[in-house]
Design a protein around this ligand. Structure first.
Ligand code: NI
Length: 173
């Protein structure tokens, strides 16, 4: 396995739509394994292929809590096929907007359909952090970021904050 470069805002690939994967082969399995390693290295709970510069509909997620056994989920062509009526507010972050967080409204539960790394179709009912991660990561595949759900004022504030910190950190180097 090898760690990949994580693309951060404003890389255009984060705003593009990823393409459907036709066949799950060794190259796809290798990409999923590398994405998982990259996600763990960045202490993330989810990672979409756009974030490593690939426009393929691939997502990895692991929402296991601290001290729990790893629970990696590798998904090809994931899609939300049903969701609850109600939404909940959760404080989200993203490896492509490092160390910035904001409250975002998401469906409380979602049913996801995807192909696993062996090429088998699966559906999964999710709630809690996993349901939020599913929505966040599947959004990435369509070029959507969590900041898109914020008011312009909040979004601009977050982006300015990120820019200032980057500048400060580059000056310190
Ligand atoms: Ni993200």
């Amino acid at each position: 396995m090898s760690k990949m470069k994580i693309y951060e805002i404003p890389e255009p690939v984060l705003r593009q739509k990823a393409e459907k994967v036709d066949a799950v082969d060794d190259a796809i399995r290798k990409t999923l394994a590398d994405m998982l390693e990259t996600m763990y290295a960045g202490n993330g709970v989810g990672l979409a292929a756009n974030q490593v510069g690939l426009l393929k509909r691939l997502v990895v997620i692991d929402c296991a809590g601290e001290g729990e056994d790893p629970a990696p989920i590798k998904m090809v062509n994931p899609e939300i096929i049903a969701h609850s009526d109600n939404k909940i507010l959760h404080n989200e972050g993203c490896l492509s907007l490092p160390r910035e967080y904001a409250d975002v409204e998401r469906w409380e539960t979602v049913k996801v359909r995807y192909t696993d790394e062996n090429g088998h179709e699966r559906t999964r009912d999710t709630d809690g952090l996993l349901a939020i991660a599913m929505q966040h990561e599947i959004d990435h595949l369509d070029g959507i970021l969590f900041i898109d759900y914020l008011s312009k004022l909040k979004r601009d504030k977050l982006l300015t904050h990120l820019e200032k910190r980057r500048k400060r950190e580059s000056e310190e180097e």
